[in-house]
Design a protein around this ligand. Structure first.
Ligand code: ABT
Ligand code: MG
Length: 139
């Protein structure tokens, strides 16, 4: 059965641009229930760990710089088929390839600053949610 929860971050670019409210509104209007939510800022070591799968990639340094340069909004979202449906709602990694109406099409500037994160598997959703939230912060 498809998982019911996914993890998201509104990234520093979208927070800086004042899009927190609009993005959360689109997420809830699309049928996702917010079961955990906070504004926080990742330290360099946090971003290096969160994106460890990319640590050999040429863009890793820039990615860590970007993700730590200002606050993010982290959330856990609940819906049937949450991981897949949320990836559809945010659109392709590169906003140029993202479908009309998707969050990245509307708010992302580039592949490197793409406004939102969405977990790519049920397993990673659990790992990422626990990375940011204690059990008592998830409802
Ligand atoms: P995330 O939700 O951030 O994980 O993005 P997504 O899963 O859609 O894309 P992946 B492949 O996981 O990219 C991780 C971050 O790396 C950035 N990136 C990726 C680049 O800057 N250049 C590239 O060529 C690629 C492939 C985009 C993602 N994050 N940010 N911010
Ligand atoms: Mg990813």
């Amino acid at each position: 059965m498809a998982g019911k929860r996914t993890f998201t971050m509104i990234k520093p670019d979208a927070v800086e641009a004042g899009h927190i409210g609009a993005i959360l509104e689109q997420i809830t209007a699309s049928g996702f229930k917010i079961v955990a939510l906070k504004m926080t800022q990742m330290a360099t070591a946090d971003a290096q760990e969160f994106y460890a799968v990319h640590n050999e990639r040429p863009f890793f340094g820039e990615l860590v710089e970007f993700m730590t340069r200002g606050p993010i909004v982290a959330a856990v979202l609940e819906k049937e088929n949450a991981v897949e449906d949320f990836r559809a709602l945010i659109g392709a990694t590169n906003p140029e390839d993202a479908a009309d109406g998707t969050i990245r099409k509307k708010y992302a500037k580039s592949v490197g600053e793409n406004a939102v994160h969405g977990s790519d598997s049920d397993e990673n959703a659990k790992i990422e949610a626990s990375f940011h939230f204690a059990g008592r912060e998830m409802f």
